[in-house]
Design a protein around this ligand. Structure first.
Ligand SMILES: Nc1ncnc2c1ncn2[C@@H]1O[C@H](COP(=O)(O)OP(=O)(O)OP(=O)(O)O)[C@@H](O)[C@H]1O
Length: 326
């Protein structure tokens, strides 16, 4: 028998999503490979990983749009194998490409989505959505004529009309400019404050650092997860920050040194990182002896450096030789 949401909600500590051993096989290849994940209620949970690593496939299994080939789980207390319909009705799902119809008006799009989610009092709800978006006078405008940022805001508002407790956002701001991305995230924070759980896949560092929890997936396998503040420690990256003269030349030298895994520029500083802590300390000892005018400072790696490291160390996961998941 499937679990009812009432049973699930009665235990406040129950996660919004919990999956175990989630697996999807395409053409004999495990594109999602035994993924365990637990998304706490009310959290903003960031799902990061290179292109083709399995994020979309995982999200689609969590919202019951795809049937897993292995594993089990519950979303909002509903069984992902048995309760597909209930999950679809109670979750808001936004895909990475603008998912509405460019040749329908803004109002028609909102109305269509409200119908899909079986919203009651549709006209009233659509009017309210238009008002909240500040688009009251523009209901008859074709959605395709909106800017990228506005399209994403419209798509988000459309999938919130049935007031879901859980939002699944698959790269919702891909290709959207940084200002529009910040506005979009302000809305996500507002929704989170209202108690909505948000699972969001992203390629952007400025989005990853806004998340309360992070999971990192590569070649279909979840490699790391936990509270965002604990991720740097899990990765074990040591970072030195250096400022001062001749940073361009120093950057080239550091990049050529095998003991250094990453050099990233943050304003007038270089952040130099490696999982080989002793090796990196030795490099710094050599370099700081050469030029006293530079200031070197050892700091625990932060999520920014770790994000760059993770995304750089796994190349795109597409292709026939797509890594160790088969
Ligand atoms: N319907 C399908 N049939 C066959 N292979 C598929 C199908 N859907 C996805 N794949 C493959 O599964 C792997 C994971 O794809 P998925 O879209 O889940 O990755 P992703 O991390 O979301 O990537 P991106 O960030 O580019 O969207 C890829 O190698 C992809 O080519």
């Amino acid at each position: 028998m499937s679990t009812t949401p009432a049973e699930s909600v009665s235990a406040q500590s129950d996660p919004a999503i919990v999956v175990k051993g989630l697996t999807k096989i395409y053409n004999g290849k495990k594109v999602v490979n035994a993924v365990d994940m637990s998304v706490p209620k009310g959290a903003i949970y960031g799902f990061i990983g290179p292109n083709g690593s399995g994020k979309t496939t995982t999200i689609r299994m969590m919202c019951a749009l795809l049937t897993p080939d292995g594993g089990e789980g519950h979303t909002l207390g509903y069984d992902i194998h048995k309760d597909a319909r209930a999950i679809k009705e109670n979750v808001g799902y936004m895909t990475q490409k603008f998912s509405l119809y460019g040749d329908l008006t803004i109002r028609e799009n909102l109305d269509f989505m409200a119908r899909m989610y079986r919203v009651k009092n549709r006209k009233k709800v659509v009017d309210e959505t238009l008002r909240t978006l500040g688009l009251e006078g523009r209901g008859k405008q074709l959605a395709g004529t909106l800017s990228g940022g506005w399209k994403q805001r419209l798509a988000l508002a459309a999938c919130m009309q049935h007031k879901p407790a859980l939002l699944l956002l698959d790269e919702p701001t891909a290709g959207v400019d940084p200002k529009a991305r910040r506005d979009f995230w302000d809305e996500i924070r507002q929704l989170s404050k209202q108690g909505v759980t948000v699972l969001v896949s992203t390629h952007y560092m400025d989005e990853a650092v806004q998340c309360d929890y992070i999971a990192y997936i590569a070649y279909g396998k979840k490699l790391i997860d936990g509270p965002a503040a604990e991720i740097p420690h899990q990765v074990g990256l040591t970072t030195w920050r250096v400022s001062g003269p001749d940073l361009i030349q120093l950057e080239d030298e550091l990049r050529a040194d095998p003991r250094v895994e990453q050099v990233a520029r943050f304003g007038a500083q270089l952040h130099v990182s490696s999982t080989d802590s002793a090796g990196l300390d030795a490099v710094v000892a050599e370099k700081s002896g050469e030029n006293d005018a530079r200031k070197w400072e050892k700091k625990e790696a932060e999520l920014e450096e770790v994000f760059i490291y993770l995304m750089a160390t796994a190349a795109d996961n597409f292709g026939v030789n797509g890594g160790p998941s088969a």
